[in-house]
Design a protein around this ligand. Structure first.
Ligand code: S3P
Length: 443
């Protein structure tokens, strides 16, 4: 069996006018974890069934939470705020999912046994201190080597509310504190830098929990009142903008194409990629914008764009496009002039060191690129870029987004690509290759 993807040809005419991408990963994992703490049967339509989400479901199953997959919906049977079944010698494996590993810890802060959390080769390299430190303040015991997985966590009968300042701009960190706060008696005060706000929106609009959010300069102050049990809920998960972005860039960088991507989550804390690509000249329009439980949902209409402008991006856009930077770098490669991106250190804390990989891939493509101080990158664009090189991509810790970016690069900019770990896209976007093939790509 082939263990790599080969791309030798750019994509020709699209065989479809519109596509839909699968459910949002952040919302799917939050739905799964919060359902478990609810008072009964929750149901989701369009839940993403990628490896990351299935790993979250498997971890919860070990904690006594039942999930039923039906044709059109997924049902999860919550057992209340304090209803998880903790046992001796339990190991929970989050696979590749940083969101699962980090948020799961917050569900375990009242465990009376030590629970072991582990993950795959990539997840074992990622920093868990960012959640260990705040969760310790609730009264939780942790054992880990260098703040990495595998770790052991043992909770406390009486977790206490905390005050915490989150300075990384990490939604995972913020969400871990918010969920842990639910198990305490009192008010947790969380001050945080902006990051995706799905947990806040779910707390407020879906679970109807008493939270207060106040803007204070560059921070948000979130007050969460604990021990409010919440009712079971249902949720319809919109398409994932991170998955949609591969097809946005595929269309932008090809010739004479139009594509509509329907029903995508356009929450402004996530949709930075649209703003950035539009600033670079990308022909993108949003249609049919609606509000669903605080999330903005709409269709994206993309047209191929002939000329892109380079950009000197203000880091204030970073968090709202954090998973899309490698795609944005591809557009910078085809722009007129030199693009600069700064303060991207968090990219090297993802499933692989993505900033380093971005530079490596661009260099292999023959692009002039330089790392600059403050974890930045400078890219010298070539308006008429057309690759004819052989490019081999391997040993990238099976980072799903690296594989998908390289596939899009090959299909739009040319070259002869051989990309190993051929199926790691299933971590976040299992239908990625199927949608591409239906559009007419030869991969
Ligand atoms: C996520 C938050 C982001 C993002 C990740 C998913 C989430 O990480 O990169 O893919 O669902 O909360 P941060 O914790 O750095 O915000």
């Amino acid at each position: 069996m082939k263990k790599y993807i080969i791309i030798k040809k750019k994509i020709e005419n699209f065989k479809k006018k519109f596509i839909e991408v699968e459910g949002d990963k952040s919302l799917s994992i939050r739905f799964v974890l919060l359902s478990a703490l609810s008072g009964g049967k929750c149901s989701a339509k369009n839940l993403l069934k990628s490896e990351d989400v299935l790993n979250a479901i498997n971890c919860l199953e070990k904690l006594g939470i039942r999930t039923i997959f039906k044709k059109k919906k997924t049902e999860i049977f919550g057992r209340g705020l304090f209803g998880l079944k903790f046992k001796k010698n339990l190991t929970l494996d989050a696979g590749n999912s940083g969101t699962t590993a980090r948020l799961l810890c917050s569900l375990l802060i009242d465990s009376n046994f030590r629970i072991r959390i582990t993950g795959d080769q990539s997840l074992k390299k990622r920093d868990m201190k960012r959640i260990i430190n705040p969760l310790k303040k609730f009264g939780v015991f942790f054992k880990s080597r260098n703040g990495k997985l595998p770790l052991e966590i043992k909770g406390t009968k009486f977790p206490k509310p905390i005050k915490f300042t989150e300075n990384l701009g990490s939604a995972q960190c913020k969400s871990a504190v918010m969920i842990a706060a639910l198990k305490t008696k009192g008010i947790t005060k969380l001050k945080c830098l902006p990051s995706r706000n799905h947990t806040e929106l779910m707390f407020k609009n879906v679970l109807k929990l008493p939270i207060k959010i106040i803007k204070k300069n560059k921070y948000e102050v979130i007050n969460i009142k604990g021990q409010s049990e919440f009712k079971p809920f249902s949720y319809q998960i919109p398409g994932d903008i991170s998955s949609a972005s591969f097809f946005i860039v595929l269309t932008l960088l090809s010739k004479n194409k139009i594509l509509k991507i329907k029903n995508v989550n356009l929450n402004s804390s996530r949709a930075g990629v649209l703003k950035i690509l539009k600033m670079m000249g990308g022909n993108i329009k949003v249609l049919n914008l609606k509000n669903y439980k605080g999330e903005k949902i709409g269709d994206i209409l993309v047209k191929s764009t002939k000329k892109f402008k380079s950009i000197n991006l203000s880091p204030r856009y970073n968090s709202s496009a954090i998973d899309e930077f490698l795609l944005i770098f591809l557009v910078a490669c085809k722009s007129k002039g030199t693009s600069v991106f700064n303060n991207l250190g968090e990219l090297n804390k993802k499933e692989s060191k993505r900033l380093n990989w971005g530079i490596k891939i661009l260099l292999q493509m023959g692009i002039k690129v330089k790392r600059i101080k403050n974890s930045g990158i400078k890219i010298w664009g070539q308006e008429n870029l057309n690759l004819d090189k052989k490019i081999i991509i391997k040993n990238y810790l099976k980072d799903h987004r690296i594989l998908m970016v390289c596939v899009i690069a090959g299909l739009t900019l040319g070259g002869n690509w051989k990309i190993y770990d051929h199926n790691c896209y299933k971590t976040s976007f299992p239908s990625f290759t199927k949608i591409l093939k239906n559009l007419g790509a030869r991969i």
